[in-house]
Write a protein that binds this ligand. Structure first.
Ligand code: C2E
Ligand code: MG
Ligand code: MG
Ligand code: MG
Length: 279
């Protein structure tokens, strides 16, 4: 069956695709409902500095606890939320929850230096995005310098003008900027040079192959580039001691991965940090 294609030309739907579209709409409907019913959660994964083995940061990661057959991992529900625009509200909520969690950790003496929150393009397209971030930080009593906003390399390329304006405005407020999943997009050096980047995250796909053959080539190149840009590096998805040895040799600053700790609720994390510092 042919349908109208907004980009011109016919668009053919197979029954499979129709079912898939139906499934996605159903997941989105359930996500919207669970979000509005307060059923989403924010978990935190520790980041460890290779300089002194201390917990230097956290990454906030959205979770959709199992409440219905439609519950999905972030890799599925975040893209759906992005396409539908729901990410604007979810993202604002994740930021607020993360600030609240960070100030709780600070009050009990367990806060690391910084915490990272992922942001998506639909959030940045709001003209008042930087202002909103600043207001959320102030309302929770968190200093802007403790917050790192992560934007994926592929989203950087979506709308360079919007990205540039936002990142510079956020930077002006003292917020730190991190490029996520680096190496999976196609940003040019000329563009990267215009961005106020504090940190680059080496995508897990490079970490996985780092101790095999010349698998360290890309990680090495990314670390060199980051340092030349005056930015730090965080390796994501670190699962083995051999990977840590390679990363340390290459001069990577910070590591994040299951080898150290999985994402966990804030209360569990406070215990985890306390136990780590006691040893
Ligand atoms: P990301 O920002 O690159 O986050 C890192 C992902 O790697 C997380 O997946 C984390 O659980 C996973 N991870 C960490 N260490 C390891 C490891 O050692 N091995 C393996 N196999 N995986 C590891 P998660 O939580 O499923 O999130 C997937 C993606 O969803 C995130 O990738 C991020 O792009 C997006 N996301 C999650 N929460 C949010 C959010 O609040 N807002 C936005 N915009 N995106 C989010
Ligand atoms: Mg991230
Ligand atoms: Mg990442
Ligand atoms: Mg990733």
């Amino acid at each position: 069956r042919a349908r109208i294609n907004p980009h011109g030309g016919p668009l053919y739907f197979s029954p499979d695709m129709e079912q898939h579209t139906h499934w996605r709409l159903e997941v989105l409907r359930q996500l919207r409902r669970d979000f509005h019913d307060g059923r989403l959660a924010v978990w935190f994964q520790p980041q460890v500095s290779l300089a002194d083995d201390g917990v230097i940061g956290l990454e906030a990661l959205a979770r959709w606890p199992d409440t219905s057959g439609f519950t999905q991992p972030p890799g599925v529900f975040i893209p759906l939320a992005e396409e539908s625009g729901l990410i604007v509200d979810i993202g604002a909520w994740v930021l607020d929850q993360s600030c609240a969690a960070f100030s709780r950790l600070a009050a009990s003496g367990h806060a690391p230096r910084r915490f990272a929150v992922n942001v998506s393009m639909p959030q940045m397209r709001r003209p008042d995005f930087p202002e909103r971030v600043v207001r959320t930080l102030a309302a929770r009593g968190v200093p802007p310098s403790a917050l790192e906003l992560e934007i994926t390399e592929s989203q950087l390329l979506d709308e360079p003008q919007v990205v540039l304006r936002n990142l510079h405005a956020l930077k002006q407020e003292g917020i730190q900027i991190t490029i996520d999943d680096f190496g999976t997009g196609y940003s040019s050096l000329g563009y990267l040079r215009q961005l106020p980047i504090d940190c680059i995250k080496i995508d897990r796909s490079f970490v996985v192959e780092i101790d095999r053959g010349r698998g360290d080539l890309f990680a090495e190149t990314i670390i060199t580039l980051a340092h030349k840009l005056g930015a730090e590096t965080v390796a994501e998805g670190v699962e083995t001691a051999a990977q840590v040895r390679c990363l340390r040799n290459l001069g990577c600053d910070t590591v994040q991965g299951f080898l150290y700790g999985r994402p966990m609720p804030v209360d569990e994390l406070a215990g985890w940090i306390e136990q780590r510092t006691r040893h």
